[in-house]
Design a protein around this ligand. Sequence first.
Ligand code: SF4
Length: 521
Amino acid sequence: MSTTQAEKTEARGKDAGGKNADNKDGGIVVCDACPVLCRIRPGKTGACDRYGNVDNALVRMDPFLLARQAAEREAEMVPFLATEGAGAEWDGSLVQGAEAFVTGIGAGTTYPDYKPAPFIVSSKVEGVDMVTVVTEGIFSYCGVKVKIDTDRHLGPEQAAVRCQGEQVGHVTTAEYGSQMLALGGVRHLTGGSKKEGNVTCQMMLDLCNKQAVDLTIDGGAELTIQAGRAPIINGVKEERMRVGCGSATIGIFAQQWIGHVDEVIVVDDHITGVLTEHQAGKFLDMKPSGIRVRGRRSTPGRYFQVAEPGTGWGGTNISDPLSIIDKIDPKTAWPGLRLLMVSTTGEHAAWFELDDDLKPQEAEMPAAVKVVVDRIGENCEPALSSVLFMAGAGGSLRAGATENPVRLTRSVKDALTRVTAGGAKAYVWPGGGITIMVDVLDMPDNAFGYVPTPAIVGPIEFTMPHEVYAELGGHMKSVQSLADVVKTRGAGERIRVTDLKAENPWPLSPLNKLPGKKAGL
Ligand code: SF4
């Protein structure tokens, strides 16, 4: 079996001496960890900065990251660290597989992938022999799904999303209280200009590594997005995610308005609610107000398209709430009628009373009504941006795990093999292939890299019982213990440890099923 230059030099560790077999031209080493095949001079790194020439050996420059269970650290069961805290250096002491999980971060890449993955690690957990196949996948087919908690209209569906002027994605279907962007993907990486591909790659890399990215939407907003942070829309930090649509807001708070109002209109770009017409108002025996809003009536008290989308009240383009009132029926309305108009976040609210001509006149909002408006705001969650990395573990990457890649796919689908990304739980999409989606906030910091093909490099690990790995035709001769991995990679700064985020299940927990029987991960 042949090995790549990257494998050969990684196997030597940092202190590997001597010249590489491919070392010519004054100590230049050729990196074959990706198709770019960088020729790296002594003391320099390749185009992606992931590999470098250290003492005439090709070395994966970033530390190899091990994750451990935070609970075990607190219990001080296995004091295997010289220092405490995330990112601490490995002190070189041996650990058992049950306490440390080998992530793909810093593991390196084998290219082309018909060879075994960089590390295939054995461990014994609760009496079960487990194997974890560890690699850094080069993902040409990958994208980022961004959920932005806001009612504000960011741009029309399908509108181009741009970074540095290049199209890097588009606006996709809005979800409940959130606008959604689909960014990256193979078409922008490979199907446009070189600049489009490079900007797309850098944008994805920054978002996945939890950095802030500036985006513009054709015909829409300017955004600054960062995972786990409030979105900044047209220079204004978004504060609240709405409590619900206009109809839901009516339903939630109807009871609390009784006796204090004669009508409530909750302005929403999607479904504006009108209390006295709404089922909630009817149940509470509210008298019709005769106030009719613009737009298309869907069902009683629920109106679509009361205005154009925008960044005003309730995600509409209005700044004057009265502009959505179509008419006030003089046979039904009465002088003194008390009208509350409010948005779905409570951010906008106004109080009106009808004068003798049945014209709404703005007045000071009664304290009892303000309490409920404030409660709408109180029930809004903080607005955040969420970034989910999505990628396909393709044929070649799977070949690093087994000579018969489809068996790995079946094993994942049968829940015999757990897929993680940097130790974080990954959602595996149904259907063909191994298409995963992972919240980057569940992953360690700076888990991602890139290669200039361009493509994103991300950690991926497959964990399964030893017998399952043997059955699916795994590279059994390449299985090594964690102690051997540590020895191979070298101690000190070459290996770092972090606590697995508490949101993640421990990736080495034995899967709760036996081969041939279906069960959840
Ligand atoms: S881009 Fe990086 S991985 Fe690819 S050959 Fe160059 S140094 Fe190696």
